[in-house]
Every structure is written in C-alpha cells, then in structure tokens.
Design a protein around this ligand. Structure first.
Ligand code: NAI
Ligand code: MG
Length: 356
C-alpha cells in the first residue's frame, strides 16, 4: 500500500523522536512492501520563528492532503514570553480544531519490564491495559458564553459546559467501538448527579448501548473514577468521557506507568486524517543531546498503523519489537536508574529495527 504521512517535528526533542519514527516506518515499508511518503510541515515554535504563525496555512494543507499526521512536540522556554494567543500551543490547539479531531485516544499499558517505574505498587499496576477515549472539541473548553462580568466584589466569571446530542453520540459510539475490539467493557464517566449535560450523556450511552449487545458497560461518576484509577486500574478496559474530565483523568492515568517517554496518543476525526503523537512535551532540558526516548513516538506509530492504515499485522510486529527490546533490558536514560548503561535515541531506534 502507498501512504502519505505529514510529519510535524515541532520543537525540542520533537525532531529527534520523529527521525526515529521515519526510520522505523521505512523498515516496516521494506518488510511489508508498503510505500510511506513523508511530507514535512512546521508547527509551534519553529513555525513562529519562520513565519510568525504557530500554524501556517501550508502546514494545514499538507495535513489535509495526507493519510495521517505524526507530531513530535511543540513549545519551549524560547517562546514562553509571547502572549497566550501567539504561543506554540496555539498551533496544536488550532490543528486539532481545524482537522476536527473530536476523539482523543490515550492507551495506558504497563510494560512488565518497567512495572517498577510506577509510583504505585507493582501488584496494583501489573497487567494494566486501558484506553481513555476523551471528547476533544466540545464541552467547557469551547462553550459560550465565556466571560467576566461586573467588578469589585460583584465581579463574576463564567464558563459554559455545553454538549449537543450529536457531539455526545459520536464520541460514545467510538467508545463502544473500541470496547468491542478490545475486552468488551466500557466505563462511561460523567457527573450525572449534578450536571445536566452529564444526564444527557447518560441517556445517550443507554441508547447507543443497544447497538452493542456484546459490550458490557457501567456508568461511573468522575470523582469515583479518579479514585478507582489509583485503587484498582485493572478494572478498566475502555473509559469514555467528556473533554475536561478526560483531560484530568488521562494525565492521572498516564502516571500509573511512571514512564512519560513511553506513552502514545491518537486523535481521530470522522473522515479526515488522524493525528498521532507522544503525550510528552518538547523536553527542552534534554533537547539536542540525542538521548530522548523514542518509544512513545514509535508506540504512536502502532496506533497509526492500526487506526489510520488498517495494518494490524504491522502494528503488532512493531509493538512486539518494542516489548522485545525492553525485555532484553535496553533502556534510554529516562527509564533506567543505571545511567552508565543508558543508550541513545539512535541506538534505541536501531534496536527496535533489529527486533522488527
Ligand atoms: P515534557 O514532557 O516536555 O518534559 C517533562 C520531563 O520529562 C522532562 O524532564 C523531560 O526531559 C522528560 N521527558 C519527556 N519526554 C521525554 C522523552 N521522550 N525521553 C526522555 N525524557 C523525556 O513536559 P514539560 O517540561 O512540562 O514541558 C516542556 C515544554 O513542552 C513546554 O513548552 C510545554 O508547553 C511543552 N509541551 C508540549 C506538549 C505537546 O506538544 N503535546 C505536551 C506537554 C508539554
Ligand atoms: Mg492536559
């Protein structure tokens, strides 16, 4: 198959981990007879430096003309003094909005070889394998009105949590679809004891559930979900939730593993290209040193192969290669206590290619 991939390396370690990804994709192409074409675009700080705009029109065009988008990371101290609306993060927010990426997927898996990295007890985290499906383009982060009113002691501020039936239904359906492909259990997270939008959410879950008789589901209040993620994370298969709850829960869930450099994410739209990226940032403290852990980005590639290209065999091969390399004890600096044996970004990439 022939696939065109927009690569947006961004800032800091972004270009380093993206280079690792293109090398691995080339190897997968060679092994499985696919042609992966890479088209590069600027996003974030690097785009601000070149054009003054964190999301140049040309970058959007490149993304729209591709089958998938791979993003490194954006941001860094160099741009921290810019006003909010001109910062690198605006490039990423704008891209999500423009590509209508309404479903954000954050898998949380424990690599047995890294279970000791978790801040939780290993008997709690062993075997954790969950997927958070977060609504990404609606809810309180976008609702209107959002404003300040009055002044002095009477000053108030308002944000609006609004969801349409259509917005809820499409994300809930995604949740059921993933649960069906995985272990068949969906936890829908809401705050239906307080919020009207959550009561509509719950109604829609009940309706959509009728189309997925093979999936068992439960409703869980968000405060309880926050607790259960720490108490017994193994109980979860797929969690589906609205934007703000998902923002908070997915950061909480990522810490179950204790390995920021390992975790991938994907953001999907209804028909357009999906965006695949590591969850970590641009890591300015280690940028340019060639020591960044590329595995979160390579793991994002497994999601691209699965969800964007329908190449499950290739995705499994890559996942197995990552597992293999870790089982053999190869570690970048961020996932080992013994810095004398830590390997570089390039070395880790070569190990994965060998394992493939
Ligand atoms: P960060 O994720 O960049 O770094 C946190 C810590 O983890 C640092 O010590 C870093 O060296 C380490 N780390 C992260 N990824 C690593 C990897 N692959 N290998 C080895 N070590 C790794 O988060 P931080 O420091 O809060 O933010 C730095 C910049 O990144 C900021 O400008 C922030 O706005 C931006 N950022 C961008 C994101 C994105 O593009 N999606 C997400 C989060 C932050
Ligand atoms: Mg967040």
């Amino acid at each position: 198959m022939k696939k065109r991939i927009a690569i947006l390396p961004g800032d800091g370690i972004g270009p380093e981990v993206c280079e690792s990804a293109t090398k691995v994709l080339n190897e997968i192409g060679r092994l499985y007879n696919h042609e992966f074409e890479f088209v590069y675009g600027d996003l974030g700080g690097v785009a601000i430096d070149k054009t003054g705009n964190p999301l140049p029109e040309e970058t959007l065009t490149i993304c729209r003309q591709s089958d998938a988008v791979l993003l490194g990371a954006v941001g860094g101290p160099k741009w921290d003094t810019l006003p909010g609306s001109q910062r690198p993060e605006q490039g990423l927010l704008g891209l999500r909005k423009q590509l209508e990426l309404f479903a954000n997927l954050r898998p949380v898996t424990i690599y047995d070889a890294l279970a000791e990295a978790s801040p939780l007890k290993s008997e709690v985290v062993e075997g954790v394998d969950l997927l958070i499906v977060r609504e990404l383009t609606g809810g309180i982060y976008f609702g209107e009105p959002r404003e300040r009113r009055g002044e002095g002691k009477q000053e108030t501020a308002v944000d609006t949590l609004v969801y349409s039936r259509e917005e809820i239904e499409r994300i809930v359906r995604k949740g059921f679809e993933f649960a069906k492909e995985r272990r068949g259990h969906l936890t829908s997270v809401d705050k239906a004891n307080v919020l009207e939008s959550s009561r509509l959410w719950r109604e829609i879950v009940e309706e959509v559930a009728k189309d997925y008789p093979e999936v068992t589901y439960t409703h869980m209040l968000v405060d309880n979900a926050a607790m259960q993620l720490i108490r017994n994370p193994r109980q979860f298969d797929v969690m589906v939730t609205e934007n703000m709850f998902g923002d908070i829960l997915s950061d909480e869930a990522s810490m179950i593993t204790g390995s920021l450099g390992m975790l991938p994410s994907a953001s999907m739209s209804q028909n357009g290209p999906g965006l695949f990226e590591p969850i970590h940032g641009s890591a300015p403290d280690i940028a340019g040193k060639g020591i960044a852990n590329p595995l979160a980005t390579l793991s994002s590639l497994t999601m691209m192969l699965t969800f964007a290209f329908q190449m499950p065999e290739e995705a499994t091969a890559l996942q197995n290669a990552i597992n293999d390399v870790l089982a053999k004890g190869h570690r970048t600096a961020d996932i080992t206590n013994d810095q004398t044996t830590a390997i570089s970004t390039n070395e880790m990439t070569e190990k994965v290619i060998e394992a493939l």
